[in-house]
Design a protein around this ligand. Structure first.
Ligand SMILES: [Zn+2]
Ligand SMILES: [Zn+2]
Length: 242
């Protein structure tokens, strides 16, 4: 079902004779890498100060914990949403090709960006009982061939030695969120997710995973459903922040 070029036997044969190339600049790279060192360095990191709740960077000298305009005057159901990179430049390019271009092997560099969130002070030292990906609607998953959040959650849970499960399901095939403002996004997401039958998150501390954080509305709605089902806490981590 996945259209991975790596799974193609001809490509497998070709890679025996030619070294792998950087997914961005096509320079030859080591066999375990996907991006060359130079492209890797171009990934834009989120520099402090940034919003403690949603990782939105803020210009200026702010030393105390603060909440940004995105988070003010609204209730977000997660404790914090952590991203280490901005979805700009090479990060945006790779995320886009991974998600919309059927380039499933690009989950590896994306997962590396996501896995760096585990060293963020907002997540480091926290005990999580469960890693949960944001679900795709089954029709959307069929269309895309995979759920990018699920692939990323698999990588992170393996790295951190945590259990991954999928207690949530997406029951509404929502139109694309991109053109909507914050209020419209929340409206569009109402009743989009629910707990699967027989899923149990009661008493659990959850780490929720998605590829990109935009306004935080999707993560917040998933966190709301998880908490309504008895989860003690929901932290979120994404590979990048829009
Ligand atoms: Zn490169
Ligand atoms: Zn914020």
């Amino acid at each position: 079902m996945w259209k991975s070029p790596k799974a193609n036997p001809v490509n497998a044969l070709v890679s025996l004779f030619y070294p792998p190339l950087c997914a961005i600049c096509s320079e030859p790279i080591g066999s375990s890498a996907y991006l060359c060192a130079s492209c890797r360095r171009k990934a834009p990191r989120i520099q402090p100060p940034f919003c403690f709740t949603c990782s939105e960077p803020f210009s200026g000298d702010i030393t105390q914990v603060f909440s940004c305009a995105n988070c003010a005057h609204r209730h977000l159901s997660f404790e914090s949403a952590v991203a280490v990179y901005r979805s700009r430049g090479v990060v945006r390019q790779i995320l886009h090709e991974f998600k919309y271009g059927h380039q499933i092997h690009l989950r590896h560099p994306v997962a590396e960006w996501l896995n760096e969130t585990l060293r963020d002070p907002r997540l480091e030292g926290h005990r999580f009982d469960l890693v949960v990906p944001v679900p795709l609607h089954p029709a959307r998953k069929r269309e895309r061939g995979f759920n990018q959040a699920e692939l990323l959650a698999q990588s992170l849970s393996a790295r951190a030695g945590l259990t991954m499960r999928e207690p949530l399901e997406r029951i509404r095939y929502t139109t694309t969120q991109t053109a909507f403002d914050r209020t419209e996004r929340m409206e569009n997401l109402r009743n989009a997710f629910r707990l699967r039958k027989k899923a149990n998150v009661r008493g659990l501390r959850v780490l929720l995973i998605d590829d990109v954080l935009t306004t935080g509305s999707t993560l917040s709605e998933c966190a709301r459903v998880l908490k309504a089902a008895g989860a003690i806490s929901v932290h979120a981590a994404t590979a990048a922040r829009a």
